[in-house]
Each structure stands twice: as structure tokens, then as C-alpha cells.
Design a protein around this ligand. Structure first.
Ligand code: BES
Ligand code: ZN
Ligand code: ZN
Length: 477
């Protein structure tokens, strides 16, 4: 969906909010009367269907622009794309006048975000392909520049979803790095991939340790977007957990159940790659670096066992008490590596703990951090705005005490409760800069479709971070 011209379309959406507007006046008298009557009975959506023609009228109340209401508008946009695809329609025309830009944007966003299907592995993928390709917008408020920005972000979100949806039979650590290179070329950011030899010379004992049970080598991917006129002197560094499949290792996950969705365990990596894509595609004036440590976690012959001791690249020794708490081990090496950029802020995203899901369900990501209060608030607001909600948890020292080991500097397992926070405390040990941790275990994957987010990878993080980056680095204060 990438064109903005006018066209013949069998699906027409009219966003209206008063009878004096030209969009309203251009309607036939009976339709005008019908709309006004429906308004009186407080119905805000009307469908008028003719032979092979669908006309949807939505009354837009500019007075209600709350985050929850905008999310409803995204849902309405999504309904239209699903009607279009179900009826093999190639285009939708959206007309509006006097409708707040936020509403038009949310509507278009829901339509574009929902227009996604992962069908690579069907033999008849071509027949199953979505029909909707064009969205024509005739709206006085939603500028072409805004529409282009929207497509950049939507493409980035879809790319992140696809990375999550790819099974490990395709998406090994090496392949994940190759996908980053491909997306970097497409959007305009640079990508450097460190391979096993280099990872060994950097002594990344966490990443190498988790990789020991695997037959596929690990990778460490470094992405950078550095425009000539960046507004930040010190870079923003994003770190994403890239466990391309998590079996649990020798502390094997039971199946069916907890292992079945673990191709999503590189959801943090997908979010970081997707965010770089969105930032580069839209040429935001901000210097961003992305780091992705990647491996699968498997119980191979040489796999790490409980009570093994690993040494992270900063020299910290870790007693591995559970090989399924692998994310923190590979992230530790990446957080150490981030230090060399003298970062303004580091944000990591990781499908890190089941405890985060037990704490807040799949409605929000769990956030913790040492960044200034103003940044924590900015991130919370950005998440609310794009409806990728977050909830902050405290990094209390008590949770750090749970990580004391009898034989090493730390162990990789906390107490029974609040496991998302002890995981956060583990990561905090490796940060010497302002830092935010986002546990997306509950939000990276949809077990069932939810509005414009189909079943499977959600691409969570991309839209939230894009909004956060704009708010923090690209708006004049
Ligand atoms: N990848 C999992 C966390 C996860 C769970 C992600 C559910 C998405 C959905 C992580 O590596 C893990 O296994 N965590 C363990 C940690 C425990 C052993 C301390 C967990 O949460 O059970
Ligand atoms: Zn695990
Ligand atoms: Zn994991």
C-alpha cells in the first residue's frame, strides 16, 4: 500500500463530522438524511452496500482524541482492509474533511497495519496473497508527507513481524544477520556482522555459552544509522535479544505448551532491526545504533549444564542455574559492548521472562530502568499513544540479592516470584549508562488475532520506539 493518488475504488470510506462540509454536501439527499438519522440514534458507522460497492460512513468526533479512542479508529481501519481483502478488492478510497489528523492517521494506520499476511510457506502462496494494494487518501489534514512516514513505519512493523514468523529452519542466527543486512540496504542503515571467531576474540562468554548446544554458529549484528545532522551527540543504542529458537537448552521446556511459540524469542531483535528500518526510511535526524546478539538455545551434546560457570566479556562470572534463563546471558555481552559507544541512552528489548506475562498479561510490556524519570515517562507516553502499552516495575536491590551465587559473581536465576525484576537486576549489573529494559515476552507474539495484529509476531516495539525517538530527539523543546 503505497500510493496516494485518486482512483476508482469500489470501497469508499467517508470520515465526516459536520453537515456543512463538502464531503457531506456532495452526498445525495437520501443518504444525507439517513446519516443524520443514524447520528440522532448515536450510531457512528453506516454501511451502504450496492452491487460490488461498499460505502462506509464514519462520524468522527474531533473532541475525543484519547489513546483508547485512537486505537478504536485503528480497529475501524483494520475492518475495512479485511472487507477489501475478503472481497478481492485492490484499492480503498478514504475521504475526509475537517476530521482531526490524528483520527485520519489512526484510521489509515489500522488499515495498513492490518493488511499483512505471512504466507511464504504455503505452496499456493500466490493465490492466498492479499488483494489490497492501494489506499487512496483524500483528506485535507493527512498530508502526503505524513502518509509517507506512515508507510515507512508500517513496512518496518511488518518486517519485524515477518522476522518473528520465520521458523528457525530458515531463520538461524546467520540468517537473522543476513536479513538485517538486506533490510539495512532497503531502508538505508549500515550493518556489520561479527561471526563466531570475532565473538570468541571479544570473549563474549554469555553468547558463546548459550550457543554451545547448537550446531549453528552465533552472530553479533551491529547496525548504525548516522545522518549528517543528527540532533544527538551521543548515540541512542538499542539492544535486542536474538534467540532464534528457545528450547530451554538442557533445562528443556515442556512441550506441548511453553516451547510451541519460541520462534518468537528473537522478538527483541526484530524490534531493534524494525526500529532502525523506520528511523532510516523516514530519515529522522538521530544517531541510532542497534546491537543484536543471536543464537538458538538447544540441548546439544556440548550444551552448558546447570552449575556451569560462564565469563561475560567484562569479566563477570555467572553460575548458570537454569539453561532456560539464556536471554540475560547473551544480553549481558551486548550491554557490555554498548558501553564503547559512550551512549546517551541504551534501551534493550527482550522476550525475557514468563514472569512478565504473569505480572501484566499480554496487554503491556514490562519496563524497568535507570534512565532519568523524564525518559521513563516519555517512553510510557509513546507506548500509550501507539497502543503498545508498558508498565514500569521497580529495580529494588532485594531482587539483586536473589542473584548471589555460592561459587561465582552472580547466578542467572532469581527467587520464585517477580522473575521479570530479578532478570532486570541481572541486566542492570552490565550497564554503566542510562538504561531502559523492556520485557516483551507477553507482547511479541499473538496467540490469536487482535484487531490489526494477526496471530503470530506482532512487531511490538517498532512503533513505540519510533514515537519515543521522535519525541525525545526530533521535537524542539
Ligand atoms: N524466552 C523465555 C521467556 C518467554 C516466555 C518468552 C514466554 C515468551 C513467552 C526465556 O528465555 C525463559 O525461558 N525464561 C524463563 C526464566 C526462568 C528459567 C528464570 C522463564 O521465564 O520461565
Ligand atoms: Zn529460555
Ligand atoms: Zn528465551
Amino acid at each position: 500500500m503505497a500510493k496516494q493518488n485518486k482512483s476508482e475504488s469500489n470501497i469508499i470510506v467517508v470520515l465526516w463530522n459536520n453537515e456543512k462540509s463538502n464531503v457531506f454536501k456532495s452526498l445525495s439527499k437520501p443518504i444525507q438524511e439517513h446519516l443524520l438519522a443514524e447520528r440522532k440514534s448515536k450510531r457512528d458507522a453506516v454501511l451502504i452496500q450496492g452491487l460490488g460497492k461498499w460505502e462506509y460512513f464514519y462520524f468522527a468526533d474531533n473532541g475525543d482524541l484519547s489513546a483508547r479512542t485512537l486505537e478504536k479508529w485503528r480497529g475501524k481501519g483494520n475492518e475495512i482492509q479485511s472487507v477489501a481483502n475478503a472481497n478481492k478488492q485492490g484499492a480503498v478510497l478514504v475521504k475526509g474533511e475537517g476530521v482531526d489528523e490524528k483520527i485520519s492517521y489512526a484510521f489509515a494506520e489500522g488499515m495498513a497495519l492490518g493488511n499483512y499476511k505471512f504466507n511464504k510457506y504455503y505452496t499456493n502462496a500466490k493465490e492466498r496473497a492479499l488483494s489490497l494494494e492501494q489506499m487512496y487518501i483524500q483528506d485535507t489534514h493527512l498530508t502526503e508527507a505524513k502518509q509517507r512516514e506512515l508507510y515507512g513505519v508500517v513496512n518496518a512493523n511488518h518486517a519485524a513481524r515477518t522476522l518473528v514468523n520465520e521458523p528457525v529452519s530458515f531463520l538461524t542466527a546467520e540468517q537473522l544477520s543476513k536479513e538485517a543486512v538486506r533490510l539495512g540496504k532497503e531502508a538505508g542503515f549500515t550493518v556489520k556482522v561479527l561471526h563466531k571467531k570475532q565473538i570468541e576474540s571479544l570473549k563474549m562468554g554469555g553468547l558463546l555459552g548459550v550457543n554451545k548446544g547448537s550446531i549453528d554458529p552465533p552472530t553479533f549484528t551491529i547496525m548504525e544509522y548516522k545522518p549528517a545532522k543528527a540532533s544527538n551527540k551521543k548515540p541512542l543504542v538499542l539492544v535486542g535479544k536474538g534467540v532464534v529458537f528457545d528450547t530451554g537448552g538442557l533445562s528443556l521446556k515442556p512441550t506441548p505448551g511453553s516451547m510451541d511459540e519460541m520462534k518468537c524469542d528473537m522478538g527483541g531483535a526484530a524490534a531493534v532491526i524494525g526500529t532502525l528500518y523506520a528511523v532510516a526510511a523516514n530519515k529522522l535526524p538521530v544517531h541510532v545504533i542497534g546491537l543484536v546478539p543471536a543464537t538458538d538455545n538447544r540441548p546439544g551434546m556440548n550444551a552448558i549444564v546447570p552449575q556451569d560457570v560462564l565469563t561475560i566479556s567484562d569479566g563477570t562470572t555467572i553460575e548458570v542455574m537454569n539453561t532456560d534463563a539464556e536471554g540475560r546471558l547473551i544480553l549481558a555481552d551486548a550491554l557490555v559492548y554498548a558501553q564503547k559507544y559512550n551512549p546517551d541512552l541504551v534501551i534493550d528489548l527482550a522476550t525475557l521472562t514468563g514472569a512478565a506475562i504473569r505480572a501484566i498479561g499480554t496487554y503491556a510490556s514490562a519496563v524497568m530502568g535507570t534512565a532519568p524519570e523524564s525518559d521513563m515517562r516519555l517512553l510510557q507516553k509513546a507506548g500509550e499513544h501507539v497502543w503498545e502499552r508498558t508498565l514500569e516495575f521497580p529495580l529494588w536491590p532485594e531482587f539483586g540479592d536473589e542473584l548471589k551465587s555460592d561459587v561465582a559473581d552472580m547466578k542467572n536465576l532469581g527467587g520464585g516470584n517477580g522473575g521479570h525484576i530479578s532478570a532486570g537486576k541481572f541486566l542492570e549489573h552490565f550497564t554503566k549508562y542510562p538504561w531502559i529494559h523492556i520485557d516483551i515476552a507477553g507482547t511479541a507474539w499473538n496467540g490469536a488475532p487482535q484487531s490489526y495484529r494477526p496471530k503470530g509476531g506482532t512487531g511490538v516495539g517498532v512503533r513505540m520506539l519510533y514515537q519515543f525517538i521522535k519525541d525525545k530527539y526530533c521535537t524542539k523543546k
